[in-house]
Write a protein that binds this ligand. Sequence first.
Ligand code: 9RB
Ligand code: ZN
Length: 378
Amino acid sequence: MSTGYVFHPEYLWHDTGTSAGLLPAHPTAGIQPAVHIENPEAKRRAHELIHASGLLAELVVIEPRRATVTELLRAHTGEHVQHIKAQSELRGGGDAGDGFSPVGHGSYDIARLAAGGLIELVTAVAQGDITNGYALTRPPGHHATADSGMGFCLFNSIAIAARHAQAELGLARIAVVDWDAHHGNGTQSIFYTDPTVLTISLHQAGCFPPDSGWTHENGAGDGLGYALNVPLPPGSGHAAYLHAMTEVVLPALDRFAPDLILLANGFDAGVFDPMARQMLTSASYREMTGLLVDAAGQLCHGRLVAAHEGGYSPFYTPYCVLAFLEELAGTTTHVIDPLATVVAGYAAEPITPQQQAVINEATQLVAGIRTAASPATR
Ligand code: 9RB
Ligand code: ZN
């Protein structure tokens, strides 16, 4: 059993520039520019902690490559690919489509390296070179739709990797679990009518995109039943997320019987994150990861591949990443989350009736997933 790890310095060179929070700076209107919130710092520190903790030495390092245009086109329109390329060629960069997704000069190639890193991991897992893996990539991908970038995302790496797994690796049924604090709307929309890809998103209700990710978004056509959402109220933490995992995610995976589980691995549901108001701790991420690792072990030979998404606290995200990756690799390091004692009380907060109600709603929808044929007949 071994765990693959993808990282590349270029991921940190994706230049999101400056702005004022999410808004354009406007100095004469009194809006001072600041470094963009989706900047390299949290991810650089996460990578350095993986190295400094000694964990890196226990991982199988896999070199990323740039996804080809053919591979991008499995999830995106030609117009979108051309748009990102053109924006990336501008001296000062541009935007991926929604006005909130900076494309730095040269970011087209970096976004292709992010998607290609995930493709390489999925390939290594399919070949049995590794059991599972993690790609610590930038830019993120889960908001990107077939024809537009959105919410800091350029290309939807998870969707590209899922389609690659189906087209090239003989993995027919893919489950995408997304526990980023924001709705995985891009991935959901790309597979909305596709029953071969189950998307499950746990997120803060109505956070981003606004008015997206409600339980009634359940797939359409042949894909009806194969999009699941658990829009948890702001303030949800350990108890709500663990409950959502055991009551919704695990039963849904059981029924679906995937050949591969992909994880949109955002850490912005962490308690110190500036971009959402959820309350997860590194212990929450460790426990949630353990559940997914077990599910993958039971359902699909352990095949679980994660792509980094959000996570903006430079001082906390790295410890959540480390807890996740230790659990994925089935090991621990000498590094203890230095904030664990500070946040211990948060994990003890019981589930609220509002959180329970949303989880109950989503639980009802699990029955809409038709149980796959047994592995012997698949
Ligand atoms: C909109 C605004 C946002 C808000 C949150 C994200 C987080 C992304 C992430 C991105 C863009 C404002 C739509 C401000 O971490 N995903 O995982 N944009 N928010 N104004 N308007 C109209
Ligand atoms: Zn997010």
